[in-house]
Design a protein around this ligand. Structure first.
Ligand SMILES: Cc1ncc(CN)c(N)n1
Length: 217
């Protein structure tokens, strides 16, 4: 079994709950309340701040230039079209993209996990969080790739950013990086990757649970 399959198998319950979540089902069929989508995007924009720094750290720690380049290109996508999507969508939903939200507890925990992984100097720790974040999003969004064009852009473009050949390539690359890093690690480092990976999956689930509640708790 591939190391990334093994890691996912350790977190299967949370994985399935995160990737077949009523929040994303409602988002994809267009019935999600606009207030809910706005609250989610304002929290997720905070998540992206930490994510960009984590991805940049992975670029720094990649073992070679060919290993670093796909992550560097993905960094450009997140910092460009994805960030612009956030600004446009938050504005269209009635929010002020220039005023950051106060981090909800689950967002703050995610920020801490990403900051810890980035500061660890351990490439596999960075990849453990990056793989969960992008693979779980590919998993929930893929069944909705052919969404109706009538969906408002704040729903439709969010699905498009997480589906398609380009994004599948990002997930394949991140998984390959973690699979090959795993081979060179000792038992203690394997346990540490497992802990970070399963924590990240639990946070993805809790992030959608909180989003479903409008981040009110
Ligand atoms: C919480 C979370 N996890 C993952 C992703 C995927 N980019 C995201 N936008 N937000």
């Amino acid at each position: 079994m591939r190391p990334t399959e093994h890691l996912k198998s350790l977190a299967l319950q949370d994985w399935q709950a995160a990737t077949r979540h009523p929040f994303t089902t409602a988002l994809a069929d267009g019935t999600l309340g606009h207030d809910r989508m706005l609250a989610y995007l304002r929290q997720d924009h905070l998540f992206i701040d930490g994510f960009v720094r984590l991805l940049a750290s992975a670029v720094v720690h990649a073992p070679s230039l060919p290993d670093a380049i796909p992550a560097a290109q993905f960094l450009g996508l997140i910092s460009g079209p994805e960030n612009t999507y956030f600004l446009r969508a938050i504005k269209a939903l009635g929010g002020d993209p220039e005023t950051p939200a106060k981090a909800a507890p689950v967002t703050a925990e995610f920020q801490e996990l990403m900051a810890r992984a980035a500061a660890s100097g351990r490439y596999e720790q960075m990849l453990a969080v990056l793989v969960v974040a992008e693979w779980s999003y590919l998993d929930w969004a893929s069944p909705f790739a052919d969404h109706p064009q009538t969906l408002p852009f704040w729903f439709g473009e969010w699905i498009e950013l997480h589906t398609g050949a380009g994004f599948e390539g990002v997930v394949a690359y991140l998984r390959d990086q973690l699979d090959s890093a795993w081979q060179g690690l000792d038992d203690d480092a394997h346990r540490a990757v497992e802990a970070t990976f399963t924590h990240a999956v639990a946070l993805e689930r809790r992030f959608f649970d909180a989003a479903q509640d409008g981040f009110s708790g």
